[in-house]
Design a binder for this molecule. Structure first.
Ligand SMILES: NC(=O)c1ccc[n+]([C@@H]2O[C@H](COP(=O)([O-])OP(=O)(O)OC[C@H]3O[C@@H](n4cnc5c(N)ncnc54)[C@H](OP(=O)(O)O)[C@@H]3O)[C@@H](O)[C@H]2O)c1
Length: 215
């Protein structure tokens, strides 16, 4: 039976390219988003999901049941200094840390029962201490926390559930802007790989273009 994958924010940008790629790999794809249009276009599953809303996460899992693969891709990027806009700070943490935590919490028990799980956290080099935490404040803090969640959970989860973070590079999407050098498909490649890792694949790492990068 095909593995079932939930991709958050799979309605556009890198998430949509990951959804398309996983469908091509033969997975049963469910786009988790606030808008169902893209799922119709891709002819795949859809569940209504606002990752900043715990009730929406709970409802989405009640609706879809068990998944084998979770791609925490949804993200928001605010440019204002974080002390000037606490609402944007809160939203960044909700979308890129709390949401992924609650989604993993709901997805993990069935993955453990079935002895198979792949979790991909879409992070950024802007959340990397090694690279100087160079992004706008709230974004960098949230992505660094998402990386920390990845590493810490890789120690809590059994090894049959592989959890990794990744950076897609600078990608031409609504977030990345038109001048970015990479296509969404190029940005999606490492995510598709991490979502379909073989048993011997890596766990608890941070990757870009298939290579480990510094936290
Ligand atoms: N583009 C880059 O250069 C780049 C670089 C490094 C990392 N990333 C990361 O890659 C991921 C995808 O970004 P992208 O470039 O594809 O950006 P994008 O085109 O702006 O897409 C962002 C996605 O996140 C979704 N989203 C935001 N808040 C949400 C919420 N509360 N609930 C559900 N979905 C929500 C959006 O859904 P709506 O359509 O409903 O708003 C959209 O599908 C993000 O995590 C981003 O931080 C991107």
């Amino acid at each position: 039976m095909a593995r079932r994958a939930l991709i958050t924010g799979g309605n556009r940008g890198i998430g949509y390219a990951i959804a398309k790629g996983l469908k091509k790999e033969g997975l049963e794809v469910i786009i988790g988003s606030r808008n169902a249009e893209a799922a119709k276009q891709l002819d795949c599953g859809h569940v209504h999901l606002d990752v900043a809303d715990l009730r929406s996460i709970e409802q989405a899992f009640d609706d879809i049941g068990i998944i084998d693969v979770l791609v925490n891709n949804a993200g928001v990027l605010y440019e204002e200094p974080m002390l000037e806009n606490p609402a944007q700070f809160e939203q960044s943490m909700q979308v890129m840390v709390h949401g992924p935590y609650h989604l993993i919490r709901r997805a993990a028990p069935a993955m453990i029962d079935r002895q198979y799980g792949r979790i991909v956290n879409m992070s950024s080099n802007w959340g990397s201490f090694t690279e100087g935490l160079a992004g706008p404040g709230a974004y960098g803090v949230a992505k660094a926390a998402l990386n920390a969640l990845t590493l810490a959970l890789s120690r809590e989860l059994p090894s049959c559930v592989k959890i990794n973070s990744m950076c897609p590079g600078w990608v031409a999407t609504r977030m990345g802007g038109e001048t970015a050098p990479r296509t969404p498909e190029q940005g999606a490649e490492t995510g598709i790989w991490l979502a379909t890792l073989p048993e011997a694949g890596p766990n608890g790492g941070f990757f870009s273009d298939y290579h480990p990068m510094g936290w």
